[in-house]
Design a protein around this ligand. Structure first.
Ligand code: GLU
Length: 507
């Protein structure tokens, strides 16, 4: 058995905010690394300067930290395998491209983009697709077709060239994916991919393989969209005579309706975040909301993402997992091959669950802060009491305000329908009587208030609704909320009476 230390990497390109699918890729890498006592590396693939977006790298790092899945090595956490930004490794890649030329696995190509466009057009006109590979490379302008002296002269004259991989012509490749199993591919269909560009930068393929090798990556866990590159990557390892890592391609995350890949635009369209954190586009200034800003706990988001394409196996119905439990249970074997539908309702369900799990003291601290922003000052103790009354019905911290603002401030208006139903000709008089009873209650606890009001109602022989409905309406402004006596006791005698008086004068 090999004792090689597990090393995985998450290798985003900083071209914008991290999509929730990217977070899942990072999470699965993290879980796999932690499960095997390995390292989780962040590598920033920023060789495409044209697509570089300011702030994207910082956003990615903050997202991983918010999810509690920090990387062990990466920008700002330099270890031996650094630097971790490809732009800072630039000088390294040419040498590797040239190694492949020397070994006969790659070649210089001088075809200009205009010439290649022409070939493409001509092929299209004949209903064909132009592929640069074994079947035509001898007819194109490269170091395989041109005499050696001419090649030398072109390079010395500073003529622009790219370096292309020489894909084998006629071979059946056996590829293995940890999730999908064995696949065979006929190399005939592969094109001679560009490894090194005329601007002196490597392409994704070359930089990715060189870095995975130098960073001693043992498992490449990435999105399904990279599966078509697997054959090339395996051939590159072979050409370098390097041991290839194991590969695992994660299934797509599908739109809630199940058709097509979840896209960055779906969130806005369907009203749920597709980003972990809020993102402000530096160019357009457009703001997209994130799970954090919508009030989700990272535990809920991580739990939801873990189950998008993975299950613990063994027919388990368990859905709630802490990060430690996930780390213990995770394996690539139980990642599904098929795409998984994104389910915003299920995400809320997880959030509701984690809300119930969070202790009231902690929530109270945040609630006091939230109320402060609204200009309401309240004590930690009071906030905690209100939380104990409302928590079961809440999913987000903001729900305590949205569903229970009357605990903190008197209602400003009364629900019209409810008022019509609850407030009749004789109500003001009845409520006057209620006030005098409330004034008499000795210790203004929910139990005592209930006892006094209810026994009065019984002795008078009036319907409960005739008293309880206007009572609730006065305190809450609508027919909602927990037990009305709990509300009265929470806001206190003075406030209870003042709200009844306000209702009497306004209704
Ligand atoms: N830079 C690639 C991306 O943005 C990395 C793909 C890989 O993990 O190999 O997804």
């Amino acid at each position: 058995m090999s004792t090689e230390k597990v090393r995985v990497r998450f290798a985003p390109s900083p071209t914008g905010p991290l999509h929730i699918g990217g977070v899942r890729t990072a999470l699965f890498n993290y879980l796999f690394a932690k499960k095997h006592g390995g390292d989780f590396i962040l590598r920033v693939e920023d060789t495409d300067q044209a697509r570089f977006v300011e702030g994207a790298e910082e956003y990615i790092i903050e997202s991983l930290n918010w999810c509690n899945i920090p990387f062990d090595e990466g920008p700002g956490k330099e270890k031996d395998a650094g630097p971790y930004r490809q732009s800072e490794r630039k000088s390294l890649y040419r040498e590797y491209a040239e190694m492949l030329i020397a070994s006969g696995n790659a070649y210089y190509a001088f075809d200009t983009s205009e010439e290649l466009d022409k070939h493409r057009e001509n092929h299209e006109a004949k209903g064909k697709t132009f592929i640069y590979n074994w079947h035509n490379r001898q007819k194109l302008k490269n170091s395989l077709s041109l005499p050696e002296a001419e090649v030398k002269q072109k390079i010395e004259a500073g003529e622009a060239y790219v370096i292309r991989f020489k894909a084998p012509e006629d071979e059946t490749l056996h590829l293995k994916d940890e999730i999908r199993g064995e696949m065979t591919i006929d190399t005939k269909i592969l094109d001679d991919k560009v490894l090194f560009k005329s601007d002196g930068m490597p392409t994704y393929h070359l930089a990715n393989i060189v870095d995975d090798h130098l960073m001693k990556i043992t498992h490449v866990i990435r999105g399904e969209e990279w599966l078509p590159s697997l054959a090339l990557h395996v051939l590159l390892y072979r050409a370098f005579d390097w041991k290839a890592p194991k590969f695992a391609h994660l299934p797509l995350i599908l739109k809630p309706q199940g058709k097509g890949k979840l896209s960055k635009r779906d969130g806005d369209k369907m009203g749920f975040p597709v980003f972990p954190l809020e993102w402000k586009d530096p160019k357009s200034g457009d703001v997209s909301t994130g799970y954090r800003e919508e009030g989700y706990f990272p535990e809920a988001v991580v739990n939801m993402l873990a189950l998008l394409g993975w299950n613990a196996g063994g027919g388990t119905e368990k859905e709630i997992y802490t990060l430690e439990e996930l780390t213990r249970a995770f394996s690539l074997e139980h990642v599904s091959k098929g795409g998984s539908k994104f389910d915003p309702e299920k995400t809320r369900w997880f959030q509701h669950h984690y809300m119930q799990e969070t202790n009231n003291e902690e929530l109270a601290k945040d609630l006091v802060g939230l109320l402060q922003e609204k200009g309401i000052s309240t004590s930690q103790e009071y906030a905690q009491h209100i939380i104990s009354l409302l928590k079961e019905r809440t999913t987000f911290l903001s729900d305590f305000w949205e569903q229970g603002s009357y605990f903190f401030t008197a209602p400003e208006k009364y629900d019209e329908k409810a008022a019509k139903k609850a407030w009749k000709e004789d109500t003001a008089g009845i409520m006057e009587k209620v006030i005098s009873i409330l004034e008499e209650v000795e210790d203004f606890s929910a139990g005592n208030v209930q006892e006094s009001v209810k026994s009065w109602i019984t002795s008078e022989g009036i319907g409960f609704g005739k008293v309880m409905q206007p009572f609730r309406l006065s305190l809450v402004g609508a027919m909602q909320g927990p037990d009305v006596f709990d509300i009265a006791a929470a806001i206190g005698r003075e406030e209870t009476i003042s709200r009844i008086r306000k209702a009497q004068s306004e209704l």
